[in-house]
Design a protein around this ligand. Structure first.
Ligand SMILES: C/C(=C\C(=O)SCCNC(=O)CCNC(=O)[C@H](O)C(C)(C)COP(=O)(O)OP(=O)(O)OC[C@H]1O[C@@H](n2cnc3c(N)ncnc32)[C@H](O)[C@@H]1OP(=O)(O)O)CC(=O)O
Length: 260
């Protein structure tokens, strides 16, 4: 039924939700955004599922928003753009609101929206050689719909540095920032995720769900108005000359005009 993601269920109450566009480094296309939204809602509502692992096939966890899809939005009318940006925002909201532990399993690159996906995980583990970054500003874009979740996860001070510089950093730094629970040798990643899964499967599901609600309520308020503002921010950036130039440079495999 899904083309860009895969879901595997285990009787013990575990679902593995896997990004499956490896040739495009799991970039978030319109179809993947729609499928992830549907999967998050479905797994969230399934009483048999008590823990969800978010993983990815191929060399990257996720290379962020699909830049071809973004280029299409730049040429579209404002209603189409707004609905595309809102789809991205609602996907993140749906993942964030899964009322059970969402555990990230990260390898390779997690850039832009990929780092956003990690930020909506409750806890994440990564291979030591994984790379992270909010690379949007290098492309003339901004981290928009992902911003509330990244800010909630690592705080404004650390986030500003990432937001403004697009700097790429390694897994030890991601642990220090609080994005990851642990960075491990790649061969130990599945064991670490499995140990974490078992911890949650030994707990009362309604109590775990209530604990997650509590964490959300006491953390940053990511309400409908905040989300809608990020949609407008993304729509506005798609209007800009820098985004046009940045994406043309990416697909032309050349540096953007501002790169020193
Ligand atoms: C969510 C919001 C914003 C964003 O997320 S903006 C996107 C931020 N992401 C990036 O800046 C990452 C861009 N990609 C890369 O830097 C590199 O591709 C890579 C992931 C480091 C991999 O490099 P490598 O050299 O190994 O491979 P290629 O570059 O040749 O890529 C292979 C293949 O995949 C395509 N691709 C990679 N990333 C994307 C992408 N993000 N979108 C679309 N396509 C992508 C690349 O074009 C190649 O395709 P071919 O057809 O094979 O040429 C906004 C918000 O917050 O709201």
């Amino acid at each position: 039924m899904f083309k860009t993601i895969r879901i595997t269920r285990e009787d013990r109450g575990l679902a593995r939700l896997e990004l499956a566009r490896p040739a495009k480094h799991n970039a978030l296309s319109a179809q993947m955004i729609a499928e992830l939204t549907e999967a998050a809602q479905m797994l969230g509502a399934d009483p048999q599922i008590r823990v969800v692992v978010l993983a990815a096939e191929g060399p990257s966890f996720c290379a962020g928003g699909d830049l071809g899809w973004m280029q299409e939005q730049m040429a579209a009318d404002s209603a189409t753009r707004r609905s595309a940006a809102r789809a991205l925002a609602l996907m993140l909201k749906a993942l964030n609101e899964i009322p059970k532990p969402l555990i990230g399993r990260v390898q390779g690159n997690a850039f832009g929206g990929g780092l956003g996906l990690i930020s909506v995980c409750d806890i994440a583990f990564a291979a030591e050689e994984a790379r992270f970054g909010l690379t949007e500003v290098r492309l003339g874009l901004i981290p928009a719909t992902i911003a509330p979740y990244v800010l909630a996860r690592i705080g404004a001070g650390q986030a500003r540095r990432m937001f403004f510089s697009g700097q790429i950093f390694g897994a030890p730094e991601a642990v220090r920032l609080g994005l990851l629970a642990e960075a491990l040798p790649a061969r130990d990643l599945d064991t670490a995720v499995e140990t974490e899964v078992e911890r949650y499967l030994h707990c009362a599901p309604a109590a775990v769900a209530a604990a997650k609600r509590l964490c959300h309520r006491l953390g940053a308020q990511i309400d409908a108005a905040v989300i809608e503002q990020t949609v407008e921010d993304l729509v506005a950036v798609w209007d800009g000359d820098e985004a046009q130039a940045g994406l043309a440079a990416f697909f032309g495999k050349r540096p953007p005009p501002w790169q020193s």
